[in-house]
Design a protein around this ligand. Structure first.
Ligand SMILES: [Zn+2]
Length: 1095
């Protein structure tokens, strides 16, 4: 008989039949389920049998009679249950809700729990998990429990354990559960159950696990805090047996989440900004209260005592518990109240003891780093040893007051749009929250068109720009427009190109007319001779974890024993500027007309006998050293100059060093960096140039340094004005140290050290002078004109390049670079672009035939000249001013934008591509940001479908550039990026192919340059690759498609995407990219084991 051959199939068939009338057949169904379950039963952990009284389905006597089946039986049973046509899982989940009966919930969940057990290895279990997720099982269970619990918590008592076991398993796999649970009332319910089972060992573990996942969502954190969850956890922590480490681990993890102080989503933060102080203090209160509660409930005391006895923690939980404890302490220390409590309970001493006794094992590295962080947050920090953190260079901005008030007004009118985060600051510490239904509804009401309607220049104003479009008037460059700047004209005298020093001559001539707000003392040697990288590739730095470890311990030691350091000032820009100033008062006007030069060659090999330390200098273009303090014979602390008129943005550095002893290792600590992390921790080396090496015939910047590390230090940092609004408890911020050790190649040499290969404004001018003198083919139209002047009177060049072919209507490619002065790599890329299109190749001819190139190679000359990292002369990020630039304060942005305005509204020309070149300090490779309507923050954008072109250029670039990584591209339109060139140009001129192209300051982690640094050679090559990609845009459709097909294959291969994806199917692609980017779930593999393993 069939039943004998396959009783399981019969059971399943009967189940299918019975569920058609579930309520009537309840008892039959339960019997069938228990029969199924007997085939899936997994060996339970000891707790179940020990705590038999809580065994919720004790009336099923069958369970106790069953011999636990072996793995094979279980897997073959599962294999019969999971086929979709059987619909068994669907029926089971369905039963939970339709029966709405505790014993049914128990029966189904017990079965699911065993079906989901990690002991069912392989694909089958994955299918069970995926099916359960697709059936929204967790939501169904929570909704049913919530509905049953309205009659009292005791009603659901029997099913709490099996239900939460299943929830715990699914929670780790379902990133949306935290939100779904809130919407069905599951967050409050879980906390109520946690309170009810505080001393009940059996369901406590799964309840804690689920709570942890719910607490990952910032809204839930507020909710749980309000409900008194911290008090509940503190109470559990006191009562839980000291050996139940799994439970303690989860309690610690939840506490670390609840005490987090920066968990407001950017969107919520924007709303808070818009609603002012009241809402902010309300939110602060909630976050604060979690910290206060932990103190009040003596939870902190228990946390610290576990920390103090960390060696007793069971091995397999040790690191996780330490990490959570340190996370909680770190969050506590972000608030004044919390910090006081930590210190009062000897938290600093306990942390210090941990640091000193921390094992050398690698797995403790992150705990050590966190402990150092907590220590630094607690100790009262010293000020940076400098007279004022405000930059040493000051610039009086004309009309500042008037302009300021308009700027302030425009800022006020559009709250949230001027957040100071940057393109290359996607690391933004704030956690993204996936959804917020109410918010998006509110956003829909924002009328963006009205925000953009302001300040459009009238047509008659635009008409004045006509001379800047010689290509539109038969290539006639009208007299007076081509470098009408007199000084510029004068210096472009004839250089004899055949002389060996032609490059140097070009540079020195150009340098004469570069205006700076302080008197420079020299021209830097590498700039003067046009130094680049070496001919070979340089490997990324292989980080030594022991170095970072010892640096962390040294930071703590330095605080505890400051007396062993030398603290001798050996370079002081403020003093030098002051003495220069007083000298000028005595003999005025002598320095301004002085030509700068360089005498480094004469200094090489000569020891400065008057001092016994290194000598430093940085009063040259793009130099930015503020102060150097000698800490020991061979160690120096360096303070960088802030951006002009600013106290911030330290990252770029460029300085000269001399008087080095032979065979000596010198350590340089740059101690006032602000970013929380750096590529110096991920393989980047700084660059060094040796004049002696140059004289020996090897004139190149080379990557240098060992013992490289980037870490927090003990100097306190003044917060930026935005910090408070953004919920960073900034009162106790630290600076960061970039440290590296250099052994110079020669004694008594003159060397230069820089963050990245410098590219000065003068270098650009010298390059353009050379182009002016170059004999270009007669059919190429090349013209460099004056776009405008900077605030300090330096001319800003505009290049127009196309072919001399008057009969065609051409499309425009508009390129800009170097809006951020610290991103010198973008200038090298731009040089690659210009060289390529003037280079006469087939692709270049094709490009010039179809396109007019309008190029603004340097949007921020003042920032470049003065060694700034991010701003110009007004302490403003010019790439946050594209939405409505102020003609007085942001002339370069204003004029560039007017050109686009002219092209679109007056000349009615199509701008096919806009691209702004940048450098990225936190990511590897070259990549682009584009604009996808589908991925816009503003719901109104999604009403119109994306142009099929928006991803085209990055996809082509993937095939044309060895450095390029399509994987690193993204196409989101974030609210905080509305005023960047990419988004503003996309939105206001309706240019679908509007991009930011980022080149890493470090190197590549994929492609042919994987594990190598990028040098000017690869950057120039990337510029060429960019042009090649452009050339495919104007090639025949067949060529273009074959390129893209190739691209699809490569992408498919790399990321396992489906081959069927056709070229127009961008939606899938977009979803793929965004999914890739948002996926930051921490894997919790051992979580499964906790549920089944010992306590
Ligand atoms: Zn940038």
């Amino acid at each position: 008989m069939a039943t004998e051959e396959d009783p399981l199939s019969v059971t399943l068939d009967r189940l299918t039949q019975a569920v058609t009338q579930p309520v009537e057949n309840m008892d039959t169904i339960k019997t069938l389920i228990s029969r199924l379950h007997s085939k899936l039963k997994v060996q339970e952990s000891s707790c179940i049998s020990v705590c038999g009284t809580f065994f919720p389905w004790s009336d099923y006597t069958e369970y106790f009679a069953v011999v636990v089946p072996d793995a094979e039986v279980r897997l073959s049973t599962l294999a019969k249950i999971i086929p979709p046509e059987r619909q068994t899982l669907e029926q089971l989940v369905h039963l939970i809700e339709v029966c709405r009966e505790p014993s049914m919930v128990t029966a189904v969940c017990s079965l699911l729990h065993d079906a989901l057990s990690p002991s069912n290895k392989g694909d089958i279990r994955d299918i069970v998990i995926q099916t359960c997720l697709a059936l929204n099982t967790a939501e169904v269970i929570l909704r049913t429990l919530k509905s049953l619990s309205t009659e009292g918590l005791t009603v659901i008592e029997p099913c709490v354990h099996p239900a939460y076991q299943v929830l715990a398993k699914l929670a780790s796999k379902d990133p949306k559960l935290a939100v779904k649970a809130r919407l069905v009332g599951g967050v409050k319910l879980t906390h109520q159950l946690l309170q009810a089972h505080m001393k009940n060992n059996v369901p406590l573990l799964p309840l804690l696990m689920v709570t942890k996942y719910l607490a990952k969502n910032s809204t839930n954190q507020v909710m749980l805090g309000k409900d008194g969850c911290v008090a509940t956890l503190a109470a559990i922590l006191t009562s839980v047996p000291k050996t139940h480490w799994a439970k303690i681990k989860f309690i610690m993890e939840i506490l670390a989440l609840l005490t987090k102080a920066t968990n407001v989503s950017p969107r919520l933060a924007a709303i808070v900004r818009a609603n002012g102080q009241k809402l902010q203090s309300l939110l602060n209160y909630f976050f604060e209260s979690n910290v206060i509660r932990l103190v009040r409930e003596t939870g902190l005391q228990r946390v610290l005592s576990i920390f103090d006895g960390w060696e007793k923690i069971e091995r397999r939980h040790q690191i996780k518990i330490l990490k959570s404890i340190l996370g909680t302490l770190s969050h506590m220390c972000d608030s004044k109240h919390g910090r006081k409590a930590v210190m009062a309970l000897n938290g600093v001493e306990i942390t210090q003891r941990f640091i000193q006794s921390c094992p050398a094992d690698k797995k403790f590295d992150s705990a050590l780093a966190s402990a150092t962080n907590v220590f630094l947050k607690c100790i009262s920090k010293g000020e940076l040893p400098v007279s004022s953190t405000r930059g040493a260079f000051k610039f009086q901005v004309a009309n500042r007051e008037e302009s300021d008030s308009t700027a302030a007004l425009s800022r006020e009118a559009t709250p949230g749009l001027d957040a100071d985060s940057s393109d290359d600051e996607l690391e933004d510490e704030m956690e993204e929250e996936e959804e917020d239904f109410d918010l998006s509804r509110e956003m829909k009401g924002v009328d963006l068109s009205s925000e953009y309607s302001v300040e459009r220049p009238r047509t008659e104003e635009l008409v004045r720009l006509a001379p800047l479009f010689p290509e539109l008037s038969n290539y006639k460059v009208q007299s007076g427009t081509r470098f009408k700047d007199v000084t510029l004209e004068a210096r472009r005298g004839n250089v004899n190109d055949s002389s060996p020093d032609a490059g140097t001559d070009y540079y020195l001539r150009a340098s004469d007319s570069t205006k700076s707000i302080i008197s420079f003392v020299k021209v830097a040697y590498p700039d003067m001779i046009g130094a680049r990288g070496p001919m070979y590739l340089e490997e990324l730095y292989d980080k030594d974890r022991k170095v970072c470890r010892s640096k962390a311990i040294a930071t703590v030691e330095r605080v505890l024993h400051p007396e062993i350091y030398m603290e001798r000032v050996v370079y002081d820009l403020d003093y030098l500027l002051e003495s220069e100033h007083s000298r000028q008062l005595i003999t005025p006007a002598s320095s301004s007309s002085r030509s700068l030069s360089n005498w480094d060659e004469k200094r090489v090999g000569k020891k400065d006998v008057t001092v016994n330390h290194l000598n430093f200098e940085s009063r040259f273009e793009s130099g930015n050293l503020r102060r150097v303090i000698q800490a020991s014979n061979t160690e120096y602390d360096l303070i960088l100059n802030a951006d002009v008129n600013s106290s911030h943005h330290h990252q770029w550095f460029y300085f000269e060093v001399s008087n080095m002893e032979p065979n000596t290792q010198y350590t340089f600590n740059i101690i006032n960096n602000e970013k929380p992390n750096s590529e110096f921790n991920f393989g980047m080396k700084p660059v060094m140039f040796s004049v002696r090496e140059a004289l020996l015939g090897r004139p190149a910047w080379v990557r240098t340094g060992s013992n490289i590390c980037y870490h927090k230090n003990h100097y306190s940092r003044i917060p930026k004005c935005h910090d408070n609004v953004r919920f960073k408890k900034s009162a106790n911020k630290s600076y960061y140290t970039a440290t590296f050790t250099v052994t110079f190649p020669h004694a008594y040499d003159v060397c230069y050290l820089a963050y990245h290969y410098p590219y000065t404004y003068t270098q650009l001018q010298a390059y353009l002078s050379k182009l002016d003198n170059r004999n270009l083919p007669s059919d190429i139209f090349y013209c460099s004109q004056l776009l405008c002047h900077t605030l300090n009177g330096n001319p800003v060049p505009l290049l127009t390049i196309t072919s001399k072919d008057t009969n065609k209507t051409k499309e425009v490619v508009f390129l800009t670079a170097r809006v951020h002065p610290g991103e010198s790599n973008s200038s090298w890329v731009m040089e690659g672009v210009v060289d390529f299109i003037l280079g006469g190749s087939v692709a270049a001819r094709l490009l010039l035939d179809k396109f007019v190139f309008k190029i603004v190679p340097m949007l921020n000359p003042e920032g470049v000249i003065h060694g700034n990292q991010r701003c110009g002369l007004t302490d403003e990020d010019l790439n946050r001013r594209w939405r409505s630039p102020n003609p007085q304060l942001h002339p370069t942005i204003c004029h560039s934008k007017s050109l686009l305005e002219y092209l679109v509204h007056v000349a009615k020309q199509k701008v096919r591509v806009f691209c702004d070149f940048h450098g990225h300090s936190r990511q590897k490779n070259v990549f682009m940001y584009g604009c996808s309507r589908l991925q816009s923050w503003w719901p109104g954008d999604k009403d119109t479908p994306d142009s099929p072109d928006f991803m085209l250029l990055p996809r082509l670039a993937q095939n044309c550039m060895g450095t390029f990584s399509l994987r690193d591209c993204h196409f989101q339109i974030e609210r905080a990026r509305e005023a960047t060139a990419r988004v503003a140009v996309w939105r206001q001129f309706d240019i679908p192919m509007s991009y930011t192209m980022e080149a890493s300051t470090c190197g590549c982690d994929q492609g042919p340059y994987k594990n190598y640094h990028l040098s000017p050679k690869e950057l120039i090559e990337s510029g060429e690759g960019f042009c090649l990609a452009l050339s495919y845009l104007v090639s025949t459709p067949e060529v273009l498609n074959s390129r893209l097909l190739q691209d699809s294959e490569r992408v498919d291969h790399k990321f396992g995407m489906t081959k069927e994806r056709n070229l127009g199917d961008f939606t899938k692609e977009v979803a793929f990219w965004s999914g890739e980017l948002d996926d930051d779930l921490d894997s919790d593999d051992d979580l499964d084991l906790d549920l089944y393993g010992p306590m």
